[in-house]
Structures are given as C-alpha cells and as structure tokens.
Design a protein around this ligand. Structure first.
Ligand SMILES: [Zn+2]
Ligand SMILES: [Zn+2]
Length: 512
C-alpha cells in the first residue's frame, strides 16, 4: 500500500502527453481531449489502459463536478468557460484527489452529492525530523535570496507544527530542492511557462520522496507582483513534501492554484489544522534547549500610599482594575479591556486607561455583548471574538456579525480563561491547559491539544485571567495584580511585575 501509492505519485502524466499526441483539429474535440488529460493528471480520472481507451460522458461529468467542488467553482458538471479558465491557471503539479480506481468503495456519481476523495494525510517523516538541501538554484534570482525564501517557507510550517526541519550542507538530505524543465524523468514533466509551476513528492523511503522541483521556465520572483513568487510556491510545495495533500478551501495555502503575490501570505487554519494533525502542535514538545525561566522577584514596593483623611471612596480605584479579557483592535490598533459590564481603552502613547473611554460595553459593541467575558481576541481579518461560557460572539467593527452568538460545541473551548493571536494562530487558555483554536473546529481540538500550559509557555501560571499579543515580540498574561511578559522569540518569561504601574498608569510610569 505504502509503496504502491508512493509510486503512483511518481508517475503523474503531464499535459504534454496529451498535447503532443494531439492530432485533432482545433475544434471542441481538442478541448475535450485536453480536459481528459487534465483530469487524468490530477486524479479526477483514471489513465486509460490502452491509447484507444476513452472516457464516457458520465465519467467526465463526475470529474468536472469534483474539480469544481475542489476549486470552489459553481458545480455545474459542465466544462464551462469559468472551469476552463480555472484549469488553465497557474497551479501546482501535485494530484488533487485519489484516482477513481484507488478509491475505496463505489465511485459516487450522484450529481447532488459531490464527495471529494483528497489525498489524506498519511505520510510523514519519522521522528518528526526532516532535512533539506538545495541541489541547484535558478539563474533568475540570487542564490542567497532563494535560500532565504526556502528557510522562510519551511518556517511557516515549523512555527505551527512539531517538526524539526534542518538544512544540511553536504551529504544526503530528505528533501532535495531543484529546478527542472520539461520532462525531467520523474514521471511528471513540466510544461513551459504557465500552468504547472512546481511539484513535490510525499514523505517516504524512495529516493524521490520529499523532493521538490520548480519549473525553471516560470518567471520566478521575490517581493513583486510580477511573475510567480518563489517563497509562496515553496511554502505550498513543502506542505506536500511534509505530507499534506491539496485543500478544497480555495483560501488555503494548500489549495491547488496559485493565488497571487501576497507579501504577508500566511497559513490558513485549514493548513495549520492538517499539519498539526500530522505532527502535533509545535508547542507540544520543543526539542530545542530548555528556555530559562527568569525567577527574578518583582521589586517590593515599600512606599505605601499615604493615609489621608479623605474617606475611602466606595468606587474601586482604577489601579485595582482587573481584566476579564483584553484584545488589540484591528482597526485602530488600540488595546481594549473588558471588565464586568464595561469596556476600557488604553492610552496609545503612555501607560494607563483613556479617561474619556470607559464605557458600558453594550454602548460600544452592538446590538449586544456579554458581561463577564471569558476571553477576547482579534483574528487576522480584524474580527473580534468574545468567548463567554458556552457562547461565542463575533464582531466586525464592533457590530455583532450575523449568525452570532453561536454555541461553542467543543467542551474544552467552553468557559475559557483567555485567548490571544500569534502568527495568525489563535491560542485559547483554560485552567492549566491551552489549545490552538478556530471557529470552524466542530468536533475536537486538533490532535495533540489541549496541552499543559507549562509544556510550552514556560513561566506562565495556570488560570490566567487575560492574555494579549501586541506584535512587539512579547505576549502578556495577566493574573491578579501581576502580569507576565513572555518573550516569543526566546520562548521564555522575561519577568512578572505589578500590573498597575505598567498598564494602568498608577505610580511611576514604567515600560511594559
Ligand atoms: Zn500542490
Ligand atoms: Zn519533478
């Protein structure tokens, strides 16, 4: 089974076979022929045993429907203009779905119910260790910048999944990176400029397993909309080299089609979910040296507030403010705190709460917002999620999105303590555990989660009250009158300090 499927991937017929063999006139029949070749290449159809063998209309229609479903097109079952345009767009050379003959059970021909049989995550590198090496660079770009792109592209995955990816200089490596043209004798010829951009092979024990080839007839670029961005395509191909098939979510990095240049391209939750299902979350076990926990005690404040003759105010001082949850708003880049039924906004240029912005939350977030929020976090689309008990609220520009609040069905994500966003991943904390989270998780947290907080966030206590990442290289956790500053890069807690001076503007101003 293992070897068989491995070989199948090594024998992907390309476009050229279909086009060169084509002696038909430039009629619709030629299009049909190419269409079949396309579907054979990407797994939607079996490759006929003899050259006379063809496909019948029903089989072609099933293949079209599957392709449309895979790529997010309207499912018409017809090779319409939109579908042909999609087929001819630049894409990855990797097969999308299991060939009909490899699928377990009956082939689904019900037009109402298109079921995809993507290549599931089965193959992975043993011991979560993999090495790579560049065999050759393209002349179109400097070698150093290509190497840097490959490092960055691998890091997208090693940032989220528990896999140790290492570049090696000499000797053998698992993933050999190279540029090729046309037929380069691995069963998957390239096709000149356009269409197929690159391909890679699944993990395994074959010589070619993990190898990643870029079509040198493409215009490879970095940092520009012109041509095809090498790093983004590399990140996609390395997804295959690490064990992922294509995603039917057209926004995912692992979608088959190149989505254009995005200087800030990121993994989608779908990519993260699938890679962490294969290797576990990065946070689970970090094989690097143990980060040092700073045990420095917070400085004891000896100066007590001077007693005055004034009666103590019945109102609690702002200096005692606790946070139910904190978030950094995507639109104004300001930090906000929820506490009971109020919302506070922090000063942008100094410590403390903005005096004129202490409001009843439901006057700010409309039409409704819970009191005593459990956690709040903003995702990369600037949507604010608020967790409260078993309910999830989502806001866009402080307006509740349609369909919310929603019930949180996964028990771990009910009654959470805190949430934060880091590198496009949302982390949720509860009691002594944490997990990555996405709105679309419906059955369980990804494999390997939840994990003990202590297994990754060294020095961070259990039962945190609020958490925040403000993209300054640190993550802040709050508990009682203290806060904890966690260094994202070195993965260690820098210090634990009193919250009031650094965050509430009480006493001498100190840096956070
Ligand atoms: Zn691909
Ligand atoms: Zn190749």
């Amino acid at each position: 089974m293992f070897i068989k499927i491995g070989l199948v991937f090594a024998i992907l017929p390309g476009f050229l076979l279909a086009e060169d063999a084509d002696s038909l006139s430039r009629t619709k029949r030629q299009d049909d022929f190419q269409v079949d070749g396309f579907f054979e290449t990407f797994g939607y159809m079996d490759v006929p045993k003899s050259s006379q063998g063809g496909h019948d209309a029903a089989d072609r229609e099933r293949a079209v429907r599957e392709f449309q479903k895979m790529t997010g097109l309207p499912i018409t079952g017809k090779v319409d203009k939109q579908t042909v345009t999609k087929m001819k767009s630049p894409r990855c050379g990797f097969q999308d779905v299991l060939r009909p003959s490899q699928r377990p059970g009956e082939i689904n021909t019900n037009p109402k119910d298109v079921q995809l049989k993507p290549l599931s995550n089965v193959f992975k590198w043993p011991n979560n260790q993999v090495t790579w090496k560049v065999m050759g660079y393209t002349r179109q770009l400097g070698g150093a910048s290509q190497r840097r792109s490959f490092i960055n592209a691998f890091k997208k995955w090693s940032d989220v999944a528990n896999i140790n990816i290492r570049e090696v200089g000499g000797g053998d490596a698992d993933i050999l990176i190279d540029y090729k043209r046309r037929d380069h004798y691995d069963g998957s010829p390239f096709d000149g400029r356009g269409r197929t951009l690159a391909h890679a092979f699944f993990p395994g024990s074959h010589d070619i397993s993990g190898d990643t080839h870029f079509d040198d007839d493409e215009q490879w670029t970095l940092g520009t909309k012109e041509g095809t961005n090498l790093e983004i395509v590399a990140a996609h191909e390395f997804g295959h080299a690490l064990g992922l098939g294509h995603s039917s979510n057209s926004k995912a990095l692992m979608a088959p089609y190149y989505q254009g240049y995005d200087p800030d391209y990121k993994l989608l939750y779908d990519d993260i979910y699938r890679m962490t299902s294969l290797y576990g979350g990065r946070a689970a076990t970090r094989p690097t040296s143990r980060p040092r926990v700073t045990t420095r005690r917070p400085r004891v404040t000896t100066r007590r507030p001077r007693a005055t003759t004034k009666r103590p105010s019945t109102k609690p001082s702002i200096c005692d403010l606790k946070f139910d949850s904190l978030f950094m708003n995507g639109d104004d880049r300001r930090i906000y705190a929820f506490r009971y039924r109020k919302i506070y906004r922090f000063e942008s240029d100094k410590n403390g709460i903005e005096k004129s912005f202490t409001k009843v939350s439901r006057k700010v977030l409309t039409p409704r917002v819970p009191i005593n929020t459990g956690a709040a976090v903003v995702d990369r689309y600037r949507r604010l999620y608020v967790f409260k008990g078993s309910k999830l609220f989502r806001y866009t520009r402080f307006r509740l999105d349609a369909g919310f609040p929603k019930r949180i069905t996964i028990p771990f994500f009910q009654n959470v303590d805190a949430a934060l966003e880091y590198n496009n991943v949302i982390y949720v904390f509860k009691d002594d555990k944490f997990s990555i989270w996405h709105e679309n998780y419906s059955r369980s947290p990804p494999s390997g989660y939840p994990k003990p907080i202590s297994s990754y966030w060294k020095g961070i206590p259990n039962n945190v009250e609020a958490a925040l990442n403000i993209n300054d290289g640190y993550t802040y956790f709050f508990k009682g009158t203290k806060y904890f500053k966690y260094n994202n890069r070195y993965q260690r807690t820098e210090y634990r300090k009193d919250k009031a001076p650094a965050w509430l503007g009480c006493g001498r101003a100190v840096p956070k």
